[in-house]
Design a protein around this ligand. Sequence first.
Ligand code: ADP
Ligand code: MG
Length: 343
Amino acid sequence: MSSDTPFVHADGVAKRWNGQLGVENVNLTIPRGSFVALLGPSGCGKSTTLRLLSGLELPDEGSITIDGRDVTAAAPSDRNLSMVFQSYALFPHLSVAENVIFGLKVRKVGAAERREKLDRALEITGLTGYEARKPGELSGGQRQRVALARAIVANQPLCLMDEPLSNLDAKLRASVRKDIKKLQVELGITVVYVTHDQTEAMSMADMVVLMKDGHIQQTGTPEELYYKPANTFVAEFVGAPPMALIESKALPGFESATHIGLRAENIQVATSGKGRLACKVSECEFLGSETFIGLTHPAASGLTVSLPGLKTIPAGEDMEISFSDSDLHFFDDAGKRLATPAG
Ligand code: ADP
Ligand code: MG
């Protein structure tokens, strides 16, 4: 296969159970060696999509190829992939080492090669010295690393991960996130990674696939989703804080759009009488280096302004804001992005 042939390709894939929708019209083109995040709220079809790629589910419509081979109806074991799930799926009675090399033993790989692969995987995941421990004697983060080590040892070119970090606390999540990303680059493997956490997707992925109600909403780089959201759902899902949406009637001159989007970093506090929107402070969220000031306005939702350092402003206080036209995003009555306010 030439290097520009997509490594994983899904074409018009759909899955239903007794007529109930799982996913529909799923089209994916995943380059070799890339890190792709399937992102979206609970129930949007992320796991179903991953399970279709893995062969744990078979599609009702469409086709899937991996490495140029049609695997639409192939068994999971016949797709050259490894999987890491949210539940670590470790054998509690086996040691770390035995858990990691379990698949190699099943495949009758010799003892010397097993040892070599084990040592390398433990080193990569920072588990050297933990070989003899049982899963019950490890922290959640260490157990997740064992599951990762097992996927590494499998040495497959494609690794599918379904919310692998959701059982970990926030700090650990941030560090294992970096480990996974580093590993993916070092091993040169292709990763498809399911998460409902937009921060995780945006920070790890080369390409994000954002889903809602079984349908892909937008596929693009993190920057594309952030700076050019295809619709109001993407605008409000991506970014912390999410994009604010203002009814166009509140901003003279943009009536041809239905909603106008604006990000917190593009909003300035204006002196009284000089702002473009007169808002009221609803809450202050102190984050250390900055404070997010939540604002209310009768024709807007999600308005937030970011101020440096610690700011405490009483709720109910008046605050006028200003912003440049060049930072505005425009959406039509169906929520779809407009290139210009005139559409
Ligand atoms: P996510 O992983 O994004 O939370 P899922 O892919 O698990 O979402 O589910 C997508 C939709 O498909 C949901 O409405 C879910 O209830 C449905 N679904 C998933 N698996 C099954 C199944 N085995 N039988 C029936 N419905 C299912
Ligand atoms: Mg899921």
